[in-house]
Design a protein. Structure first.
Length: 364
């Protein structure tokens, strides 16, 4: 059993993450209880799905899959993006509550900024499921469904080491990028990666030439490609005029491609760059020997699992969960169903995407 800690506390506008010790179980197939099951509801019930901004392809796909899947299961979905930011998402959730949804599925922009709306939901007897991103600092979230975020980070850290080892012996020069600090996942991805990389920094195998090894130094506001590209430009100018850059930890594919764009413009040899999401352009880049790795978190399975939870609630049962220890949101440990992410490089891409009609075409 791996041991690590995750708990969430918000300081000012930025989520600062306080670590406390807690164990975790590997995802299994258990059906332990944990949340409060709704009393059940009828077919045709309204289900609200609040999604964040379209910061990566997985969210766009989720919209389509929730609409199709919930409709097919006999519900009336209301699926909304909040491209305008946190206040737009707050308003959307309030409207969903007023419109009488039975369940709220929330992919938060900032999981710490929905306390008022989630209290409204609790007062109205609505069950709240955190989708992909944890809702923090609230007791009003019953379940969490996500790919195991810490494991995503571990896989990214290991891929960075493996990719550089394939090219030659260390020590290696690297730089570290993290996601948006308002997304609770960003710190967890980073912690997972650092659990692999920190020992190698400590023993001198890895050299972070800029010295920027803290989460707060590595973050990319809003998960925006432009912000990552600008930071990479600055890192290159400030630290790599006479040094080689061997690897970059990137938390997702959108940022990986921005980092590669920056390095290309500098004329330097491309470093090993990690990613996440199996975005079409990144799978192409991997097959073209540019980006080194991505993570396969099949959105079809994640949405299907969320809908299975809704169906469990509809029949008045406890939805299936497989983790009751890992996701402490600062107020309580949220019962979770965690799916297992998969690392993808050029080597296993054909296998990994065999049952994905779009991505499998790209690996031929
Ligand atoms: C998701 C990632 C995604 C990122 C940016 C995270 O919360 O887990 O899959 O790359 O948001 O959209």
């Amino acid at each position: 059993m791996r041991k690590f800690a995750k708990s969430f506390a918000t300081v000012a506008a930025i989520s600062a993450l306080a670590l406390t010790s807690c164990g975790r179980e590997d995802p299994g197939t258990g059906t332990e209880g944990g949340g409060e099951a709704a009393a059940g509801f009828e077919e045709g019930a309204a289900i609200g799905v609040a999604l964040p901004q379209k910061t990566s392809e997985n969210w766009v796909l989720a919209e389509k899959l929730f609409n199709e899947g919930l409709t097919e299961a006999g519900y009336e979905p209301s699926v909304q993006f909040a491209n305008g930011g946190v206040s737009e998402q707050q308003n959307q959730i309030s409207s969903m509550i007023t419109n009488g949804v039975e369940v709220l599925v929330v992919g938060a922009i900032d999981g710490a900024q929905l306390g008022t709306q989630l209290q409204q939901a609790a007062d109205a007897g609505i069950t709240v499921i955190a989708y992909d991103r944890l809702l923090t600092n609230t007791e009003n979230v019953e379940y969490y469904v996500a790919y195991d975020n810490f494991q995503v980070g571990e896989l990214q850290g290991q891929a960075l080491l493996d990719g550089m080892a394939e090219r030659g012996e260390g020590p290696y020069n690297i730089e570290l990028f993290a996601g948006s600090p308002d997304d609770a996942n960003a710190q967890v991805f980073f912690d997972g990666a650092m659990s692999i990389l920190q020992p190698k920094i400590d023993d001198g195998t890895l050299n972070v030439v800029s010295g920027q090894t803290e989460f707060n130094q590595a973050v990319t506001q809003g998960w925006e490609a432009g912000n990552a590209q600008t930071r990479m430009d600055t890192l290159l100018t400030g630290n790599y005029t006479s040094e080689e850059l061997d690897g970059v930890l990137s938390p997702n594919d959108t940022l990986a491609r921005a980092i590669l764009t920056s390095v290309k413009a500098s004329g330097k040899e491309l470093p090993v760059v990690t990613g996440q999401d199996s975005e079409i352009e990144s799978v192409k880049s991997i097959m073209a020997d540019e980006q080194y790795s991505t993570i396969n978190k099949d959105t079809r399975n994640l949405v299907a699992q969320a809908i299975t939870m809704v169906e469990g609630l509809a029949s008045g049962e406890e939805p299936e969960i497989n983790d009751t220890e890992s996701y402490d949101n600062g107020v309580k440990v949220v019962p979770a169903y965690l799916l297992e992410p998969q690392i993808v490089t050029k080597e296993n891409a054909a296998d990994a995407y065999a049952d994905d009609p779009t991505l499998s075409e790209l690996t031929k």
